[in-house]
Design a protein around this ligand. Structure first.
Ligand code: NDP
Length: 477
């Protein structure tokens, strides 16, 4: 038994993760339900390093040095449970089971509790960066016990992406914390993508620009504050030409966005926790709207627009307005995502360091961006920052773009261009900074029809008005 780490599940992700371990000098035990995938890994990449292939789970487990570290990289859901059940009787106390698939965090909490009863460590780990990240260095978000991280951390940090020599991997928190943070990461990714798509649409409708021209604008933006993987690939995609038709590639793609569900989980959890993540929610619903074919068909050409036509007189100023609106909306989406992490951390006792999360997202993952440094710095200034938007850096960075943001959202509305994420982010911004919100009226209505009570601005206590009687006010103690 000499393998330092094992990987079971050798589809694209597991295969690449196993190769990444091997390339870093670890002896890697490898296993897959059907042996063919194991054989093909050895045949194609056996020279990457030291692999110990096994056909049976029993041999696989036996090839691992103790405490065993087994990475499960199979289809999330039932398959993960099946593999765990197969592993339990083969493992010994103190062994560490790592689920690196895209599990939903409540499943991770359940599995962690079950494995603990068997004396096993269960580490639900977020892994971001897709196939390429898994091979060349992903962003890794491990949960589970702190003790298991002492064994596992150095290996995971070793194979993770590095930014300025700092690993994009850190201990997140107990039980489901790692998968939770990965879920919010994906939610933020949805928001980021939707905001970029809206910026693209605004440039297209406002300037009548071609995909290639817009691609050039994004390439330019990638040199500044917006520098990020998603902006970079957007510039690339927009400039790509379809080989078959010779037209811009994006122009021949059907406009229906799909999803695998992590955005939906993020929004569902935000509803449970009562955290307004309007940017992520609008992004998730925008995908749903794009796929609402019968509704779109019923509305197209039927619903009246009464919209203006966009007349941009100063091209450069318009582009800068869109850029500033994109940046401001993006800050809102991240601020909301970090609020959700803070709320869950409180709810589940995870004690998550939000600055560290921004730090491990700087490389390897889909939302990697220059701007994450600013978030880490904000949480370094105040680890308990109640609102990322209210950090001094973001106050001025967003403040600088607010007029542009208003112009863009207002013009889009007047000209009939949908900007759900831009507009809802601006609404959130105005809502969260408001001196007084119309929630006073909501409370009065609730008291009227349901005796739900209200508080007053002028004195402490809980009050109810007898709306259907003499309208006298009573105080509840
Ligand atoms: P898949 O999600 O396509 O899963 C295929 C693997 O699961 C195969 O190895 C398959 O074995 C195994 N499997 C399926 N059912 C069972 C079962 N009942 N028992 C045992 N093994 C089973 O593979 P991917 O590599 O795409 O993804 C792996 C995990 O990583 C998933 O959880 C996925 O959500 C996540 N993922 C993460 C990404 C990221 O960027 N972080 C990107 C893509 C995926 P067999 O060959 O025998 O069929």
């Amino acid at each position: 038994a000499r393998a330092q780490i094992g990987v079971t599940g050798l589809a694209v992700m597991g295969r690449n993760l196993a190769r990444n371990f091997a390339r870093h000098g670890y002896t890697v035990a490898v296993h897959n339900r059907s042996y063919a995938k194991t054989e093909s890994l050895i045949a194609d990449h056996g020279t990457d390093g030291d692999f110990i292939p096994s056909e049976s789970m029993k041999d696989f487990v036996a090839s691992l040095a103790q405490p065993r570290k087994v990475v499960i990289m199979v289809k999330a859901g039932g398959p993960t449970d099946a593999v765990i059940q197969e592993l339990i009787p083969l493992l010994d106390e103190g062994d560490i089971v790592i689920d690196a698939g895209n599990a939903h965090f409540p499943d991770t909490r359940r599995r962690e509790a079950e494995l603990k009863e068997h004396g096993l460590h269960f580490v639900g780990t977020g892994v971001s960066g897709g196939e390429e990240g898994a091979l060349n260095g992903p962003s890794i978000m491990p949960g589970g016990s702190k003790e298991s991280y002492e064994w596992l951390g150095p290996i995971l940090e070793d194979i993770s992406a590095k930014v300025d020599g700092v690993p994009c991997c850190t201990y997140v928190g107990s039980d489901g914390a790692g998968h939770f943070v990965k879920m919010v990461h994906n939610g933020i990714e949805y928001a980021d993508m939707q905001l970029i798509a809206e910026a693209y649409d605004l440039l297209k409708q406002g300037l009548g620009a071609s995909a290639k021209e817009i691609g050039e604008i994004f390439a330019e933006w990638n040199k500044g504050d917006l520098e990020s993987f998603l902006i970079e690939i957007t510039a690339d995609v927009l400039q790509h030409v379809d080989a078959e038709t010779g037209s811009a590639f994006v122009d021949i793609i059907l406009d229906r966005a799909e999803q695998k569900g992590t955005g939906r989980w993020t929004v569902q959890n935000a509803l449970d926790l009562g955290v307004p993540i309007t940017g992520i929610a609008e992004a998730t619903f925008a995908r749903a709207l794009s796929g609402s074919v019968p509704q779109r068909t019923a509305a197209n050409g039927v619903l009246e627009a009464h919209a203006g036509t966009w007349e941009v007189t100063d091209r450069e100023a318009f582009i800068e307005d869109v850029r500033l609106a994109l940046y401001a909306s993006k800050v809102v989406a991240y601020s909301q995502g970090f609020d959700q992490i803070a709320a869950a951390s409180e709810e589940f006792g995870w004690d998550i360091d939000r600055g560290a999360m921004a730090r491990i997202w700087r490389g390897g993952c889909i939302i990697r961006a220059r701007f994450l440094n600013r978030i880490t710095e904000a949480y370094e200034r105040d680890a308990n920052l109640p609102l990322l938007l209210a950090d001094e850096y973001f106050v001025s960075a967003v403040g600088h773009g607010v007029s542009a943001w208003r112009r863009i959202v207002a013009q889009a509305a007047l000209n009939g261009v949908p900007t759900p994420a831009f507009a809802s982010s601006l609404s959130y911004y105005d809502g969260v900074r408001a001196d007084r919100l119309p929630a006073n009226l909501i409370q009065a209505q609730r008291d009227f029809f349901g005796a739900h009570t209200y508080q007053r601005t002028d004195k402490a206590g809980v009050f109810h008005t007898e709306w259907s009687l003499d309208r006298s006010e009573s105080t509840e103690s």
